[in-house]
Design a protein around this ligand. Structure first.
Ligand code: URA
Length: 286
């Protein structure tokens, strides 16, 4: 416990009588006490737990006003009590995405709009925006799920192992992203650890996907995997949906297995092959 003193004496050393006198002098009581009384007072203070003398200026506590003025309440505290905290107006990310997407009049403008869209948390963790690959205006537009590690690094969709399988699948029916296929994903940013996209992430990026399809003007859409079926058709049941033509976004749509799934379940390639033949037949018809 500190005791106010100018001399900062150590209570464990020195002449107790002069120290006591000094301490008492500092308390403004020198006229009232002799050194012996001062020593008694010092011992009493030591008993109370005083160990050090501090403070450069003596304080005559008898001269202080009876009640110390109350510290003024901080303005911020007063304001907090008087006015309930105001919530910042909430922005609806889906609404913001719609506004931003409809303004894009071309694919480069859409890419720029997506790059400037700050409401999706995935953007913060991604290295690159993965917009699209292939030939804009091609008859076939493929919609995958989201970039993985390789795609995030390169900024192009389907360049990893699943992408290589996709290229082989397309080649088997005479398609090629260098010539006659356009490819994008539901999400342009890689989810951490390749986790499934969250419903809110899909919802806020869907207006961009719809605009992407409208601007790319394909004849048919191929949905790869349950996430793109969810985003475009509102249904995830890929085993039931696959291989069946349906209608969405004013286009003929064919759901099929995701190539990453086929890498894990190679025996499903037989069904994927059947889907590819469906696609080939449709393109011949049109
Ligand atoms: N899987 C996808 O769905 N998209 C990619 O771009 C890569 C892997």
């Amino acid at each position: 416990m500190p005791l106010c003193s100018t001399a900062r004496p150590s209570l464990s050393s020195g002449n107790p009588l002069s120290l006591a006198a000094q301490t008492v002098r500092l308390e403004g009581m020198e006229s009232a006490l002799d050194p012996h009384a001062a020593l008694a007072l010092l011992e009493w203070q030591v008993e109370l737990g005083v160990t050090d003398a501090i403070g450069d200026t003596p304080v005559d506590r008898y001269a202080l006003p009876d009640t110390a003025p109350r510290p003024e309440r901080p303005v911020a505290a007063v304001a907090t009590q008087a006015v309930p905290p105001q919530k910042a107006p909430e922005t609806d990310p889906v609404q913001e995405a719609r506004k931003s997407a409809v303004r894009a009049a071309s694919l480069p403008a859409l890419r720029e709009a997506m790059a400037g869209f700050d409401h999706c948390e995935l953007k913060k963790g991604a290295r690159n925006l993965v917009f699209a690959d292939g030939i804009p205006g091609a008859r076939v537009m493929i919609i995958g799920e989201a970039p993985g590690r390789e795609e995030d690094r390169e900024g192009r969709p389907f360049v990893g192992r699943a992408g290589q399988l996709l290229d082989r699948m397309l080649a088997a029916i005479g398609l090629d992203r260098e010539q006659n296929v356009y490819i994008t994903n539901v999400l342009p940013w890689r989810p951490p650890q390749n986790r499934d996209p969250l419903p809110i992430e899909i919802a806020m990026m869907k207006p961009f996907l719809e605009r992407h399809v409208a601007l790319a003007q394909p004849q048919v859409l191929v949905l790869m995997g349950k996430i793109s079926c969810d985003a475009v058709l509102g249904r995830q049941s890929i085993t039931r949906l696959r291989g069946q033509w349906t209608q969405a976004m004013n286009l003929q749509v064919l759901p099929t297995f995701h190539p990453a799934y086929l890498l894990r379940q190679p025996h499903m390639k037989r069904l994927a092959w059947a889907d590819l033949l469906e696609l080939k037949a449709k393109l011949r018809e049109q």
